[in-house]
Design a protein around this ligand. Structure first.
Ligand code: FES
Ligand code: FES
Length: 164
């Protein structure tokens, strides 16, 4: 088996190529080879969701995937969601509803919530809790996280309605 493999992924709209060990996890490649430090390592055992990214549009825990498995795929990290000048509705809602305390879980929460609202654009509180169950907040800020996701859903739906 080669020491290193050449891997090409499209990350946040940009084509990137790097060498990685065959056993290297996607989270480590993103953070250490591509300097995308938004996704965090909270557990390394697939429990916390701090490492969540989108892989070809699906939310995945990037500590459960080899970098090699992402070869040829499209990856979105929190760095590819909104900008400081034009934050995503979820980013605005997390700020306005105090959906973060230390912020460690926030990148994964927002990336998962983005996919969740595509799957279920008008969720109940219970559905939000169920849909976000794979993301853990060690500050236990769940009340406000749920509020923020519900508020972002309202904003996204109102924007869609206005565009009709
Ligand atoms: S670091 Fe991936 S789930 Fe915790
Ligand atoms: S805000 Fe601290 S871990 Fe969630």
């Amino acid at each position: 088996m080669p020491d290193k493999m050449s891997i090409g992924i499209r990350v946040n709209g940009e084509d990137r190529r790097f060498d990685a060990e065959p056993r290297e996890l996607l989270i480590h490649a993103l953070r250490e080879r591509l300097n995308l430090t938004g996704p965090h390592v909270g557990c390394d055992t697939s429990h916390c969701g701090a490492c969540t990214v989108l892989l070809n549009g699906e939310s995945v825990k990037s500590c459960t995937i080899f970098a090699a498995q992402a070869d040829g795929c499209e990856v979105t990290t929190i760095e590819g969601v909104g900008t400081p000048d034009e934050p995503h509705p979820l980013q605005r809602a997390f700020r306005e509803h105090h959906g973060l305390q230390c912020g460690f879980c926030t990148p994964g929460m927002i990336v998962r919530a983005k996919r969740f609202l595509e799957e279920n654009p008008d969720p109940t509180e219970e559905e939000i809790r169920f849909g976000m169950a794979g993301n853990i907040c060690r500050c236990t800020g769940y009340q406000n996280i749920v509020k923020a996701i519900r508020a972002a859903a309202d904003e996204i739906n109102a924007t869609k309605e206005a565009a009709r």
